[in-house]
Write a protein that binds this ligand. Structure first.
Ligand code: ZN
Ligand code: ZN
Length: 703
């Protein structure tokens, strides 16, 4: 197993953004009319990143610590989206435990960032299989400690923070999933975790209807349930049906290899594939690291129906006839680095596709990934394999309850209050309506990440409005954290997300200005009345103007105007080298125009202009040229180098008296020496080799 962090290195700046964060609940000790509290940190209004605070007064536990995979251009280069760890860090003294419902990444994936945000003694609770997955991850990140991580057993009550907790079995698409009951003197909260009702689960561990019914009879103050499939009518199908289909499909294929792709964590699916392989006298091969990781964890936890060592190694495939192989691969979502997508584009050494292959797509196309997946499937089809895809094929069964199951469990639990969770905002709204219309739930609401809901037990079921005894206690602004797959973690600004998107969309121009400054000219310019402005003032003025106008107007404001507050004195001499990236340049023609515009800007600066003023003028000129030629607003980075810096160093003196003295000094000496150096270093505009020496002033870039 690779180690990716010493326990801290991966955190980046993800814990330090605690300024201005306030706790959205009542003051400590207050709020007796709402003793039970819920504060979602992630997962409400989005799919993924499930994480919420569940509390009794000011004492909280964290339920789940998941991440989200970015799906858009907005998060260019990011691999993980994480909950607001800095918020959790700031209020860590109120958080007494972390409880995990199951081992999917949207429930455990942020643990390496969330745990260091909490007090080091805060325990983490999970069931044994989930804990095996957590342990592996924690070892990778240098965060494993046997005292801190505690296994809980089903149905046994354990104390976590202010709650007496009880875990009950729910069925889903990874083994060992739980729903949780949180009991305290002020009421009972029930959270389903991720669930469906599989009537014939592969491992025989059935959805515990009786426990939900029993807690319902006891009385449930607040119920929270998974909204992922609220738009799907009817019921989910059983994993056993999928197993049956796989068996038939695999046995019927006699032309060559069977290749199946599924979610790596779906151990029951792997077992079904193994059974199909056995029945048709095929050897099973796993291609893709994560398949092995989950299977090993299941085997160690006595949950796998076969020993992973019975599988064929990828290296041994060549010795077997094609019709004796069943290959299982990762990459069902066409993740660019996963085995199946690489194979689709003929970039996987271990898997070359051909016309005698059968591909079984045994997964769901996760919303947002459809386009990328279709592209991959097209590429696969072009290489010859036969494909079996699609809902009607029964090659996949969702792990999240459909409408009839949702209603059934709402009716079993008969909650006083209902809060839909785990879903897009529209799904949460729909789930709320479903509960009202079909399960007789009178009091419900929908909240979003950062909103704190307070709940009190209801004395009279029908006496209150739609909210019953729930109220919004407050709201806080949470910010997502990001990780780019390395040790860089932090806020959107820390990881420069806007810059990344802008560079990709608008391109980059780097201008290097070399200034040849003649001390005589500098002296003459100062004598003619040149006064250096204040960089801070000028930049503040620009920033204010930028805030007022949108980016295109900003360009117009800046125009080609070059500010040389020197008026009539001698002008500056210098040359400019231009490099562009991610920008169309019409075979270099536009880059030449950028250079000309930049050199014109240099030569309209006063001979006494300091570097920052020159850089600013060049940046404006290039920005304007890009707007005119390309209708683009590239990032323009300008650096300037003084070929003979002494002449300027001595000139930059704030007081007028010293300035007069300096002018005299410059007139008297050094002129000959500087004059000859100027001849050596070349003429304006001609030489594009990089400067050899000199002073580099602060780098400016257009913002
Ligand atoms: Zn799940
Ligand atoms: Zn989930």
């Amino acid at each position: 197993m690779r180690t990716v962090s010493d326990g801290n290195a991966h955190l980046g700046s993800s814990l330090i953004h605690t300024r201005n964060k306030r706790f959205p609940g009542p003051e400590v000790g207050d709020g007796a009319d709402a003793p039970l509290r819920i504060l979602p940190i992630g997962g409400l209004g989005e799919i993924g990143m499930n994480c919420m605070l569940v509390g009794n007064y000011d004492r909280y536990v964290i339920l789940d610590a998941g991440l989200m995979f970015p799906d858009g251009f907005d998060e260019l280069g990011m691999q993980k989206v994480l909950p607001d760890t800095s918020f959790l860090h700031k209020f860590r003294d109120r958080i007494e435990a972390v409880i995990i419902t199951h081992g999917h990444e949207d429930h455990i994936g942020a643990l390496p960032w969330i745990l260091p945000a909490l007090d080091p003694a805060t325990p983490v609770y999970a069931t044994s299989f989930t804990m095996a997955l957590i342990k592996r991850r924690m070892l990778e990140f240098g965060l494993w400690s046997p005292q801190r991580f505690r296994e809980y057993k089903l149905n046994m009550r354990f104390q976590a923070g202010p709650f007496q907790c009880q875990a009950v079995r729910v069925t889903h698409s990874i083994p060992d999933c739980c729903g949780l009951f949180f009991r305290c003197d002020d009421g009972t909260i029930v959270h389903t975790g991720d669930w469906k009702i599989d009537e014939t689960p592969m491992d025989g561990e059935e959805f515990d209807r009786a426990a939900f019914e029993q807690v319902g009879n006891e009385g449930v103050t607040l119920f929270m349930s998974d909204s992922t499939n609220v738009l799907s009518p009817g019921r989910t199908t059983s994993e056993a049906l999928v197993a049956n289909t796989l068996m038939n499909r695999v046995s019927a294929w006699d032309k060559g290899r069977v290749i199946a792709t599924c979610f790596a964590s779906n151990i029951h699916r792997l077992e079904a594939l193994k059974a199909a392989a056995d029945a048709s006298n095929r050897k099973m091969v796993l291609l893709g690291m994560s398949l092995n990781v989950y299977l090993e964890a299941a085997f160690k936890d006595n949950r796998a129906t076969f020993n992973p060592s019975q599988l064929l190694d990828a290296e041994e495939m060549d010795g077997f006839p094609e019709n004796q192989l069943l290959i299982v691969t990762t990459g069902s979502q066409a993740e660019p680095r996963a085995m199946l997508s690489r194979a689709a584009y003929n970039a996987a050494r271990q898997l070359r596709l051909g016309s005698t292959d059968l591909l079984l797509y045994s997964a769901k196309m996760i919303p947002g990934n459809e386009k990328r997946i279709m592209k991959m499937l097209n590429a696969i089809a072009q290489r010859g394999p036969s494909l079996v895809i699609g809902r009607g094929e029964n090659l996949h069964s969702s792990g999240h309850a459909h409408q009839e199951e949702l209603v059934e469990v709402l009716r079993l639990v008969k909650p006083q209050h209902f809060l839909p969770v785990h879903g897009e905002y529209a799904f949460l709204k729909e789930h709320e309506q479903l509960a009202r219309r079909h399960a007789g739930v009178h009091h419900s609401t929908v909240i979003q990440n950062g909103q704190m809901l307070g709940i009190a037990p209801l004395r009279n079921r029908n006496a209150h409005g739609t909210l019953g005894s729930m109220q919004l206690l407050g709201e806080t602004r949470l910010q997502n954290m990001y990780n780019d797959g390395t040790n860089s973690s932090g806020s959107k600004d820390d990881l420069c997300l806007e810059d990344r998107v802008r560079l990709a969309n608008e391109g980059l121009v780097v201008a290097t200005v070399r200034i040849f400054r003649n001390p005589e000219d500098v002296a003459a310019a100062v004598a003619a009345g040149y006064v250096e402005g204040s960089q801070e003032e000028v930049e503040a003025k620009e920033a204010a103007a930028n805030r007022r106008s949108n980016s295109w107007d900003r360009d117009r404001d800046r125009g080609g105007h070059v500010n040389t507050s020197g008026g009539s004195g001698p002008k500056l001499q210098g040359d400019v080298k231009i490099v562009t990236k991610a920008l169309y340049t019409a075979q270099g023609e536009y880059a030449d125009e950028f250079r000309e515009a930049a050199e014109e800007a240099v030569s309209s600066c006063s001979a006494a202009s300091p570097g920052w003023e020159v850089e600013r003028a060049v940046r404006k000129a290039v920005t304007t040229a890009a707007r005119r030629l390309l209708q683009k607003k590239p990032e323009v980075v300008v650096t300037s180098v003084d070929a003979n810096p002494e002449s300027l160093d001595e000139r930059i003196v704030p007081s007028a008296a010293t300035r007069r003295g300096m002018v005299r000094q410059q007139q008297e000496g050094e002129v000959d020496e500087k004059g000859s150096e100027r001849e050596r270093t070349g003429r304006r505009g001609g030489n594009s080799s990089p400067p050899r020496s000199g002073r580099t002033s602060r780098t400016n870039s257009a913002r």
